[in-house]
Design a protein around this ligand. Structure first.
Ligand SMILES: Nc1ncnc2c1ncn2[C@@H]1O[C@H](COP(=O)(O)OP(=O)(O)OP(=O)(O)O)[C@@H](O)[C@H]1O
Ligand code: SF4
Ligand SMILES: [Mg+2]
Length: 478
């Protein structure tokens, strides 16, 4: 399936691995047996030809081990070493003049050297990988509450034949370690575009126009494509909108999760380890592990979606983005999956960005939330606080149009009008054509996100937020 693009490695990284692998092979060989010396006389040419023939696959195996990080490739190096052992034995015995003891020591040395070198190259590659991501995955010096993800002024537009679509405009927010953050807003307000920007998986016609996305302090927008590929899925993963319908029908669910893990998780995992991990993930998301060898069509919609979540978790990411993960499901399954996601998040200590156009879903699963309108973040704050005291007119109207799950019954007022065309959005505050609180200033000046009541937690982008009523109108009953 196409949920995980193939992991590719940069040429520079491969060179480091090749060089380190070769150096380790040479070092171990030198330390154990010394260099091979071709015999003098009539056997010399034959010896060299066979030696080269053995060395080529051996070195290629070592190089491949370095490039792919695959332990089994190191075996090629050791096979070549064994071949050289036999070669030395035969030529040594038939009169190279080198005493048989030296021949044995050198050959054994080369064999072990090849094995140790190949293995060492793989281990070194893994160590380099861990160091590169250490700043992201581990809290520094015992800190627990620093922002894991900091998005500042993110701006991303799409080029179309009719003009530029301003899909993400100056979006700023923070996600802390272990936190659940919700993004809510009507269809087309830019939620998926923000998510795709965070993974740097925007469509070909998308273009970043500014801003920063810092994950563990590293600006993802400044990384090379190779470095970004390595962080995607391993550090930040996504359950795509509609992904439960993207399973490939001809492979079992296990095969497809396995493929993703081989491409993006530790490449040295054995088949048994992968099966064990998939079984664990199945249990975690409420699926029976025995179902893993079934085909997607043998799964219900809810099961397919749970399996998509298991796949996104398979590389143990620190941030997971779930884009409308329950939208296509009936309410009972939706509720079960939301509970499952909450459980998984707290058990694994992950940070999650939960995207939904359904504000009731956001209320249920998140601690902080951002409200997007027409490509902009218009309100951001603790979920409870935003629900209790929405300060942006759009949030207020959105809440008024949604039935309250726990509060008293109240009249619902449909949200009038449509979000604007983002090729030519309204000037000033983009919500002004639909806003009952709009003033002249709103038509010309764009409000920035500013703290509500001086508190840093709750912020709103509105000139007239003090005008927004506190609390919803109560239903008048006869
Ligand atoms: N590849 C693209 N090319 C041009 N415009 C695009 C592209 N992808 C999205 N858009 C536009 O960008 C805006 C934001 O779209 P996005 O999909 O991010 O919204 P959304 O909030 O996720 O909506 P939904 O709730 O329907 O999933 C919309 O106006 C959409 O039409
Ligand atoms: S800035 Fe003006 S138009 Fe925009 S939401 Fe606030 S009151 Fe309404
Ligand atoms: Mg979307």
């Amino acid at each position: 399936m196409t949920m995980f693009p193939a992991r590719e490695r940069g040429p520079a990284r491969s060179l480091v691995r090749i060089a380190s692998g070769t150096a380790l092979i040479a070092l171990a060989n030198w330390g154990l047996g010394g260099w091979i010396t071709p015999p003098e006389g009539e056997y010399r040419a034959g010896y060299i030809v066979i030696l080269v023939a053995l060395l080529i696959p051996g070195l290629l195996g070592g190089l491949l081990a370095g490039m792919t990080g695959n332990h089994s490739r190191a075996a090629h190096g050791s096979l070549a070493g064994l071949g050289i052992f036999v070669l030395e034995l035969v030529f040594g015995a038939v009169g190279s003049g080198i005493d048989i003891g030296t021949v044995i020591v050198r050959s054994v040395g080369f064999t072990f050297g090849a094995v140790a070198g190949g293995y060492g190259a793989v281990r070194l590659a893994e160590y380099l990988e861990r160091r590169r991501t250490a700043g992201i995955v581990e809290p520094q010096d015992g800190e627990t509450s620093s922002a894991l993800l900091e998005v500042d002024g993110l701006t991303m537009h799409y080029r179309t034949s009719a003009g530029w679509v301003s899909a993400v405009d100056n979006v700023t927010f923070r996600l802390h370690r272990g936190q659940a953050l919700g993004l809510v807003g009507e269809s087309g307000c830019g939620k998926t575009s923000v998510a795709m920007s965070l993974l740097r998986l925007i469509a070909d016609n998308g273009e970043f126009r500014g801003g920063e996305i810092r994950l563990g302090g590293v600006d993802l927008l400044q990384l090379s494509e190779d470095d970004m590929r390595d962080r995607r899925w391993a550090d930040i993963a996504m359950v795509f909108q509609g992904a439960m319908n993207a399973w490939n029908p001809v492979y079992t669910v296990y095969d497809q999760i396995r493929e993703a893990m081989v491409a993006h998780a530790d490449p040295g995992l054995t088949e048994d380890q992968i099966r064990e991990r998939v079984a664990e993930l199945f249990e975690l998301v409420g699926l029976n592990p025995e179902a893993m060898d079934r085909y997607p069509h043998q799964f219900s919609g809810g099961m397919r979606q749970r399996a998509v979540i298991a796949m996104a978790l398979s590389c143990d990411p620190k941030v997971i983005i779930a884009d409308e993960p329950t939208t296509a499901l009936d309410v009972i399954v939706q509720d079960q999956i939301l509970k499952e996601l909450k459980k998984v998040q707290s058990e694994l200590g992950m940070s999650i960005i939960y995207i939904s156009h359904d504000i009731a879903v956001i209320a249920e699963v998140t601690e902080v939330m951002g409200v997007m309108y027409a490509g902009r973040m218009v309100e951001f704050g603790p979920t409870e606080e935003v629900f209790a005291r929405p300060r942006h007119p759009y949030t207020y109207l959105l809440l008024r149009s949604t039935p309250s799950i726990s509060g008293p019954r109240r009249p619902l007022a449909p949200l009038e009008g449509e979000p604007p065309n983002l090729i030519d959005p309204p000037g000033g505050c983009r919500f002004h054509p639909r806003c009952p609180f709009a003033t002249e200033r709103c038509r010309h000046e764009e409000p920035g996100l500013a703290a509500v009541d001086g508190g840093a937690d709750h912020r709103v982008a509105c000139w007239n937020w003090t005008e927004v009523p506190v609390g919803m109108p109560e239903e008048v009953t006869a």
